[in-house]
Write a protein that binds this ligand. Structure first.
Ligand code: PHE
Length: 338
């Protein structure tokens, strides 16, 4: 039994398992030290004295060193554990965003909230409507050339009565339904999808999102329209955008206007802003008396305004986007950058 060797073995012990092995070897029941004690039986009394003294010294030293090592190992283990569990509260957390609404939905929802705060009722209406609702009820006879601009998808069923159903080309098709429900006075917004046979480009798509606003009451004037429109545009855009009013013809309003916007498009790489072309974002006018009369609202008593906002175009202005097709082609690089 060599104390030096035992101690050098102990110094190599790194974890609890090795420590246990060491214990079994030197200090356990079958310990080497026991064998040494056994030898004492054969020794003479004189030898026994020195041997006994030597052995108990070894035992004390070894047990002492062993318990030192034991506490050293458990402290190391605790420290190791603490290192792993460490929470640095000064580090700003990683933000995990699993999903978000598309910019179109977000803009639509914000518009709805703004409308509700202005006491307008939200009605999504129907995407499949009759030709009567889509055209005739809003002063567009079926022979009118304006129907050409609104060419759409026809739902052609065998049953001849269904032949009149089409996918709505504008949300104005909802006007007549809501006039039937609410009559006057009426404050209504109708957001949703419209379908037209349009050539796709940066500002057109065959399916697009619009939101129709209608306000009918006594003494409603163009001034009310302007105030309402500017309030909602500043609420949704939160900054000044160059606007242009133009007179325009729509069969269901008199007079009619078109509002164009010009906005900054920021290049994602160079951070340089570039002015966009003028883009129509809003179509409007004072309710045509014929439309009011369609539901026995007396145009001498009630007046109103109606306007439609192109949600995709408004979202393009809001987020400084060049081409509205980005909203629906689901390029993940685009989606993830918002
Ligand atoms: N419905 C029209 C269109 O989509 C827009 C519009 C709405 C114009 C209300 C005037 C008033 O073309």
């Amino acid at each position: 039994m060599n104390l030096e060797q035992a101690l050098s073995e102990l110094s190599l012990v790194k974890d609890k398992l090795q420590l246990e092995e060491f214990f079994q070897k030197y200090l356990g029941k079958k310990w080497l030290l026991n064998e040494e004690f056994a030898k004492m039986k054969e020794a003479s009394i004189e030898e026994k004295k020195t041997l006994g003294w030597k052995l108990s010294e070894i035992k004390t030293k070894l047990t002492e060193e062993y318990s030192k090592k034991e506490s050293e190992i458990s402290i190391n283990e605790i420290n190791e554990q603490l290192k792993q569990d460490i929470v640095d509260i000064s580090v700003t957390g990683k933000k995990y965003k699993w999903w978000h609404f598309s910019l179109l939905t977000k803009t639509r929802k914000d518009l709805e909230t703004i409308a509700e705060n202005m006491w307008f009722t939200v009605d999504y209406g129907h995407e499949v409507v009759t030709k009567y609702e889509n055209f005739v009820s809003v002063n567009i006879p079926l022979s009118h050339p304006a129907t050409e601009m609104h060419d759409t998808m026809y739902i052609n069923e065998k049953d001849m009565t269904w032949e009149n159903l089409i996918l709505r080309t504008h949300n104005s098709s909802q006007q007549v339904r809501d006039m039937l429900k609410m009559w006057a006075p009426m404050k209504l917004v109708c957001p949703g999808k419209d379908y037209r046979f349009d050539d796709m480009d940066a500002h057109h798509d065959v399916m697009f999102h619009q939101m129709e606003w209608i306000y009918i009451d006594k003494n409603v004037s163009i001034a009310n329209f302007k105030e309402c429109m500017l309030t909602l545009l500043s609420a949704v855009l939160g900054r000044e955008v160059e606007l242009r009013f133009r007179p325009c013809y729509f069969p269901f309003v008199e007079p009619g206007f078109e509002i164009d916007a010009r906005y900054d498009i920021v290049d994602a790489k160079t951070w340089k802003a570039e002015k966009s072309d003028r883009m129509e974002i809003l179509w409007a006018g004072m309710m045509h008396p014929n439309v009011l009369k369609e539901w026995w609202i007396d145009p001498e008593v009630y007046t109103g305004f109606a306007f439609g906002i192109g949600i995709s175009r408004l979202a393009a202005v809001r987020y400084g986007i060049k081409d509205i097709r980005y909203f629906t082609n689901w390029d993940l690089r685009f989606v993830k950058s918002f």
